[in-house]
Design a protein around this ligand. Structure first.
Ligand code: NAP
Length: 289
């Protein structure tokens, strides 16, 4: 299965596809010139090569932090190697970290190994005396939507809640770019099937990244907080906007999705119920404004 098709199948919750099958602080050093409230910390970002991770480095550095970017290859400036699936190089990557932004995930592979067991390895590897905040990036609805990848994310949240570490579990809605990829993959020639009645609330990944940085600078909540986009939309409306901007002439076909997964999305389980919201709309994203 190609990566793009697998991406559509794992969906992170937005779409269903064409053939009607459900595939479905405090502390730290204050840096001169920055606000007295900005503590300079050693931040390790896991998943630093991903959609969100690549957008985190700049605002973290702008907030005064020193940033190390973990991925399996550890490439690029500030790059460190660490593999959550095997534990290789993880201890070295975690050494010295005062903050961990945990944004690594493997939706297309084995999330139970990477997201759940990997989060357990991460919990065991952190320096408890030094760690001030671990921000885990999760997804709105992981507690309510019966979908395998979401179950793994929810299990990873439980690992962190049980760890005794200073954590914040930040559940975010789908990123605009991710929605684009899903829609592009779901399109079948002139037809774009979308799940009927599903409610979504996409968010700009840059705004989400800035929000993660804001959360890093706040005290750990020890619980879940949510962050979503500005609009509560139907998947069909979202698809029509995408078609108009990116694939004119494509016909959007709303398709019923039976079962508990479909019901959860129709009930709005993927839409945030509290927390802060981004401002950039999906239309603004599509038109580059
Ligand atoms: N996409 C969305 O719309 C969305 C919405 C809300 C929340 N989230 C959550 O936000 C987080 C980031 O999502 P994303 O879309 O930015 O993810 P992504 O683009 O798929 O990136 C995944 C990251 O995880 C790393 N990774 C995968 N397997 C690993 C392993 N075994 N060891 C260490 N690192 C590994 C990858 O690094 P390498 O492959 O380079 O090693 C990559 O940097 C995820 O937890 C996701 O659940 C995503």
């Amino acid at each position: 299965m190609s990566e793009r098709v697998a991406d559509a199948n794992c969906l992170l919750g937005v779409l269903h596809v064409a053939d009607h099958r459900v595939v479905p602080w405090a502390g730290g050093v204050f840096r001169r010139g920055l606000s007295r409230e900005t503590a300079v910390m050693d931040v390790l970002v896991t998943g630093a090569t991903g959609r969100l991770g690549t957008r985190l480095v700049e605002p973290l550095q702008a907030a005064g932090h020193s940033v190390r970017r973990m991925s399996r290859r550890g490439a690029g400036p500030g790059g460190v190697r660490g593999d959550l699936a095997t534990g290789f190089d993880l201890a070295t990557a975690l050494a010295g970290a005062e903050v961990v932004v945990h944004a690594a995930s493997d939706p297309r592979g084995d999330p139970w190994q990477v997201d759940v067991a990997g989060t357990r390895r991460l919990v065991q590897g952190v320096d408890r005396d030094r760690l001030r905040h671990l921000v885990y990036v999760s997804i709105v609805g992981v507690d309510r939507i019966p979908y395998g990848y979401y179950r793994a994310k929810f299990a990873a949240e439980q690992v962190l809640l049980a760890s005794g570490l200073p954590v914040t579990l930040l559940r975010i809605t789908q990123f605009h770019d991710f929605v684009d990829d899903l829609l592009d993959t779901a399109r079948r020639g002139p037809v774009l099937p979308v799940p009927m009645g599903w409610r979504v609330q996409p968010v700009d990944v840059g705004e989400a990244a800035q929000h993660v940085v804001d959360v890093v600078g706040r005290p750990p909540t020890g619980d879940v907080v949510e962050y979503g986009g500005p609009e509560d939309l139907s998947a069909a409306d979202l698809a029509r906007a995408w078609v108009a901007a990116r694939a004119p002439g494509t016909h959007v076909v709303a398709t019923p999705v039976p079962g508990k997964l479909g019901a959860a999305f129709r009930d709005g389980a993927a839409v945030s119920t509290g927390g802060e919201r981004g401002r950039r709309t999906y239309a603004e994203h599509l038109h580059g404004s």
